[in-house]
Design a protein around this ligand. Structure first.
Ligand SMILES: [Zn+2]
Length: 617
């Protein structure tokens, strides 16, 4: 597809010359808001237990609520910065804290959040700026990126509380931004790093500002940002998606400085732009925006995402799926893990396609939880598929790094997507012990209770308690890996269910009706090749398995006897896990494996681990 063809798909504002942008009127385009097919559960009406619930609780208590928020606001009082990203931390922490506050219904935490918003708003300058860059350094490096997270945090607080001061502050900050950047001001793709992708990802809160305020200037500004991506030196986020350029091949590697403007492969920033583009699709109904994001998602899934559900090396796309048996430099940035989950969640909401939930599940149980320390107080910056888990450096004098601030946002996504709401009824995406209070389309209340020790076993028992008997469909995600699934309602087996789809059970539900779902947790052989050498890994349900020296295998890097073919099943016998390990299995021939999230979780060489095993055959 040529650039001209792509532009034909876009609204009139998508030209690249200033003259054209100013003459185009997005208002003249037919516009309609797009409703989500699935909406996230209201966090105050969810309580997760079991494995996932424990992980959420640890993260909330030991990382999110343990954060000294005043340290995150302090940089905003300085305004002398020229290069660093101290101002991303308040917003990133706040997004997870707002979610944790709703989930835990913790009044003290809510008061702390209120105080932090007040303190932050007190730093706003007379012209509307909230940030820490010196007057002469505005727009440089990470200034706009920080403003993005500030806007997202303020809008999250407004959504949670209706606090008009937070919305007014965000609106002024957005208004000030439009005086510095725009058709008659600075060009956003020349701001900051990575071909303007870090700066351009401010698109997401700009669209939300339009939605919350109805101020058309924000929508025009959002369309202008997207139009600048198509400039000859822009990141080409729509053209390259339509031209099916794999995300790891969109731009040549930078010649000099890796973390520079010319690097167009930065994974976190690229996905953040598509999250904004999907918000703009919700606002305008421009299907090219949705399709560009979906095509990019498909490219990431097919060329980058590894068996643990994440990717990247040195924070960039690099064709990592085909190279996952190699030792990559600084692999699987946790920011990439979390932003990938958020991109999947956007598309799950918009399409109702359970394959996006499949991807979230794989990432959650492996890359995300594996990056979290056992007590939930910290997150790795990078996570290899073989080696030793390590903490990242503290950044910008903040006693935190980007990934420690983002990890909790991935954790807090889990209670939002586990059971979602369609226009007709509930949709189960993640299987966890838990309880949910829903409102049915009729307005009647529905309480759901799930009992399971998943992913230890594949049995999930769900009880439905509608306030009164009522007909509605219940959607249950049948994971693509679950080859043999059985589903029964009140003891009666439901006919065929198909992997990779929702099983939809529509009936007149009465209080106390029960569903019993049995997923297929047989060990599955995964394959990858490194040149001519075959490698295998083993997964069990959503859980990737790994060798770990604590399982009595000093030589975790030694080859193993050959496995059967890709996609085939192997017997796994559960064995008593050593201390600190959640699940362990014997796979025959002396091979012992544990869950990837437990592997390496002493964060030292005494738990060295390995996912991909070279085969002797
Ligand atoms: Zn990071």
């Amino acid at each position: 597809m040529t650039r001209r063809h792509v532009l034909a798909l876009l609204p009139a504002a998508a030209g690249s010359s200033c003259a054209r942008q100013e003459s185009a009127s997005p208002d003249s385009q037919p516009r309609h808001r797009v409703a989500d097919v699935l909406t996230p559960a209201a966090l105050e009406h969810v309580q997760l237990g079991g494995y996932v619930g424990r992980k959420v609780d640890l993260c909330v208590r030991n990382r999110i609520f343990a954060q000294n928020w005043d340290k995150l606001v302090a940089p905003f009082r300085q305004r002398a910065e020229t290069a660093c990203w101290q101002t991303e931390f308040w917003g990133k922490w706040f997004l997870s804290a707002a979610a944790a506050c709703q989930y835990s219904r913790d009044a003290a935490a809510r008061a702390h959040l209120h105080d932090s918003v007040q303190s932050l708003l007190a730093t706003q300058t007379a012209d509307g700026y909230i940030g820490n860059y010196a007057d002469g350094s505005h727009l440089k490096s990470w200034d706009l990126w920080g403003r993005k997270y500030t806007l997202l945090g303020l809008l999250a607080w407004f959504d949670m509380t209706g606090d008009g001061a937070a919305l007014a502050g965000a609106r002024r900050l957005g208004g000030h931004l439009m005086t510095e950047v725009g058709p008659s001001a600075a060009d956003i793709i020349r701001c900051g790093l990575f071909r303007g992708m870090a700066a351009s990802s401010v698109l997401e809160p700009v669209v939300l500002l339009h939605r919350r305020t109805g101020d058309e200037r924000f929508l025009r500004f959002a369309e202008w940002i997207v139009s600048r991506w198509s400039a000859p030196d822009g990141p080409q986020l729509i053209e390259k998606a339509f031209n099916a350029v794999p995300v790891g091949e969109r731009f040549p590697p930078p010649q000099r400085n890796w973390f520079s403007w010319e690097n167009g492969e930065k994974a976190y920033e690229m996905m953040s732009c598509y999250a904004g583009l999907l918000e703009l699709y919700r606002e305008t109904g421009s299907v090219a925006y949705r399709d560009a994001a979906m095509r990019t998602h498909a490219s990431i899934l097919s060329t980058e995402i590894n068996a643990a559900g994440s990717g990247s090396s040195e924070e960039c796309w690099y064709g990592g799926k085909a190279r996952q048996t190699e030792a990559a430099k600084n692999p699987m940035e946790t920011c990439v893990t979390v932003t990938w989950m958020h991109l999947c969640a956007h598309l799950l909401r918009l399409t109702g396609d359970p394959r996006y939930a499949d991807a979230i599940e794989t990432t959650a149980y492996n890359a995300l939880v594996g990056a979290m320390t056992p007590d939930g107080s910290g997150f790795a910056k990078y996570s290899p598929l073989a080696g030793v888990r390590e903490f990242g450096e503290k950044q910008c004098g903040m006693e935190l790094n980007c990934c420690e601030a983002n990890g909790p946002r991935g954790v807090m996504l889990l209670p939002q997507v586990a059971v979602m709401k369609s226009a007709e009824g509930p949709a189960f995406n993640l299987y966890s012990e838990g309880a949910w209070n829903f409102e049915l389309p009729s307005g009647a209340a529905l309480r759901i209770e799930a009992k399971t020790d998943y992913p230890a076993s594949g049995l999930i028992e769900i009880a439905l308690h509608p306030a009164r008997p009522e007909s509605f469909p219940v959607r249950l995600r049948i994971p693509a890996w679950s080859a043999k699934t059985s589903l029964a309602v009140n003891g009666s087996k439901i006919g065929e269910v198909h992997p990779g789809t929702y099983a939809i059970v529509e009936r007149r539900w009465k209080p106390g009706d029960r569903m019993r779902l049995q997923l297929d947790l047989r060990g599955r052989v995964l394959r990858a090749a490194d040149g001519s050498r075959p490698y295998a890994a083993v997964a069990r349900g959503p859980v990737l398995l790994a060798r770990d020296v604590r399982l009595g295998q000093e030589a975790v890097d030694e080859p193993v006897a050959g496995f059967s073919d890709d996609g085939s099943f192997i017997p796994l016998e559960a064995i008593a896990p050593p201390p600190g390990i959640n699940m362990a299995f014997s796979a025959g021939d002396g091979l012992r494996l544990c869950d990837f999230a437990s592997a390496g979780n002493t964060w030292s060489t005494d738990s060295r681990y390995r996912v991909w095993m070279a085969e002797r055959r």
